[in-house]
Design a protein around this ligand. Structure first.
Ligand code: LMG
Ligand code: NDP
Ligand code: PMR
Length: 399
């Protein structure tokens, strides 16, 4: 089978070029790292760092990204102030998996107060308790991303709480790989794109103002992406592949009535809808960067945290898949990462003082060192990013 052959011959397999980046099945590409031939690998600079303490600098892998360094507008901590106040970070979907592990990692540093933005209050409370997150380091606020009213209500409630907003992490997601028919959000958008993309789109557009008001030295907006939305990787080539097409379904409102429930206008496919939603997440991050980074100094970032094969994301998958997927990722693709480790990675993107570069899609290599990864052609298409932004604005009532 292709996969086994691949793991036996890791050195030089590559499948057809897609734009400027091919799918390279080298050793590292199994982790989602594709190294097209023209890519410079520079081990003398300092972007890679070890997972522990974000301190140990190892070397750097440079990829082509749209990133720029944080400009001077990024306010420094007030003169003479020795101890920085606690950071205030909102994490959506912090009731399980990556979101919970990130909340835990941040809370444990003692430097962050985590606002867990969750649709199920009791579940979130139980999760925080069993993860051992200290009371003074978190609070839970209700947010259902599958309802735009709920998103607006959340923003109002957050503002009323009087807390500053220093970092926003758009992490929550749903995945319906076995669904035969689409389901819909409160406003009638197909559930996966409606929740993962449109809910977060409205949330982050509204909260941009709040981030901009913060006096914290490094303000960040992070949207979790994924390898499976990137067709320049092996994982992104497992069918069904992400493809936004000409956005006709999105423009029609994804309602399955007078428009398709899929962004590209095709028949419903739950696995594809999830991957498409991740492409939207990664495009949105870059569009934010282009529109607002220079003006505000806010860092916009996305990431692929690794394959966290044990999370609730796969709850709708068939039991056989849920049994085989973790060992498959652990022993065959070697792309597996534990929830704790993935939480440490996302926590780095939230708070590591050296990860302030904006416009970056972060990934980690086998030594768990971060590097700037390259997005697929579609996930870095500036025209598409602009169109997705403009259509999404209309759908969520911002334009
Ligand atoms: C779809 O199927 C469903 O249709 C959809 O409903 C949804 O659920 C979606 O993403 C979710 O999945 C996906 C299906 C498509 O993949 C499978 O699940 C097939 C599993 C086959 C298992 C074979 C594993 C062999 C290794 C043994 C490991 C044991 C543990 C198994 C655990 C499995 C858990 C997943 O998949 C296919 O169509 C099959 C082909 C997929 C290959 C995709 C690779 C594309 C890139 C090409 C690389 C070729 C490499 C060749 C190397 C040659 C070297 C000389
Ligand atoms: P989980 O299912 O464990 O976590 C998803 C979280 O999102 C849960 O807290 C869930 O809440 C929440 N959520 C779902 N729908 C809504 C909604 N309508 N409103 C508010 N919150 C909601 O999955 P993961 O931890 O794996 O996923 C987290 C992120 O990581 C996602 O963005 C995913 O795409 C990404 N990712 C995951 C990978 C993996 O291998 N697992 C790989 C790459 C990226 P509840 O607990 O109530 O269900
Ligand atoms: Mg995939 C070669 C490396 C690799 C990696 C890093 C992932 C990550 N996957 C890889 C390869 C393969 N997967 C191969 C060769 C196959 C065919 C056997 C395969 C299959 C597969 C399925 C059926 N993989 C999956 C599924 C899912 O249902 C998951 C998915 O696509 O969700 C959208 C998934 C994933 N694989 C990953 C990751 C990270 C996922 C989780 C999805 C995500 O959050 O993006």
């Amino acid at each position: 089978m292709a996969l086994q052959a691949a793991s036996l011959v890791p050195a030089a397999f590559s499948i057809p070029k897609e734009g400027r980046s091919g799918v390279s099945l080298r050793d590292s590409s199994l982790l989602g790292i594709s190294f097209p031939d023209h890519l410079k690998i520079d081990f003398s600079s300092s972007t890679l760092r070890s997972k522990r303490g974000f301190k140990q600098r190892v070397g750097a892998v440079r990829a082509q990204t749209i990133a720029t360094t944080t400009p001077a507008v990024n306010r420094a901590a007030p003169e003479g102030k020795k101890t920085l106040r606690k950071g205030s970070v909102i994490v959506t979907g912090a009731s399980s998996g990556l979101g919970l592990a990130t909340a835990k990692a941040l809370a444990e540093t003692g430097k962050w107060h985590v606002i867990m933005a969750c649709r199920d209050f009791l579940k979130a409370e139980r999760a925080a308790k069993s993860a051992g997150i200290a009371k003074e380091n978190y609070n839970i606020m209700h947010l259902d991303l599958a309802s735009l009213d709920s998103v607006r209500q959340f923003v109002d409630n957050f503002r009323r709480s009087g807390r500053p907003l220093d970092v926003l992490v758009c992490n929550a997601a749903v995945y319906y790989p076995t669904a035969k028919e689409p389901t819909f959000t409160a406003e009638g958008f197909e559930q996966s794109v409606g929740t993962n993309h449109l809910g977060h789109f409205l949330l982050s557009r509204l909260l941009l103002d709040d981030l901009n008001k913060s006096d914290y030295p490094s303000r960040r907006l992070i949207i979790v992406g994924s390898i499976t939305g990137n067709t320049n990787t092996l994982a992104g080539n497992v069918p069904p592949k992400a493809n936004l097409g000409d956005l006709r379904g999105l423009a029609g409102g994804l309602n399955g009535l007078n428009s398709s429930s899929m962004i590209d206008g095709a028949d419903f496919d739950g696995a594809k809808a999830y991957k498409d939603s991740k492409v939207c997440n990664m495009l949105t991050m870059q569009e934010f960067h282009r529109r607002y980074h220079e003006e505000t100094g806010i860092t916009f970032a996305s990431l692929y945290p690794g394959c966290i094969a044990t999370t609730g994301l796969f709850r709708e998958h068939i039991p056989l898949f849920r049994t085989l997927f973790p060992p498959f990722q652990k022993y065959i693709t070697k792309g597996y990462v534990s929830e704790d480790e993935a939480g440490e990675r996302l926590a780095q993107v939230v708070s590591d003082p050296s990860l302030t570069k904006s416009g970056v899609y972060w990934s980690w290599n086998r030594a768990s060192a971060s590097f700037e990864n390259q997005l697929s052609q579609e996930a870095s298409d500036t025209q598409k990013a602009r169109k997705v932004w403009e259509i999404s604005e209309k759908l969520v009532g911002l334009a």
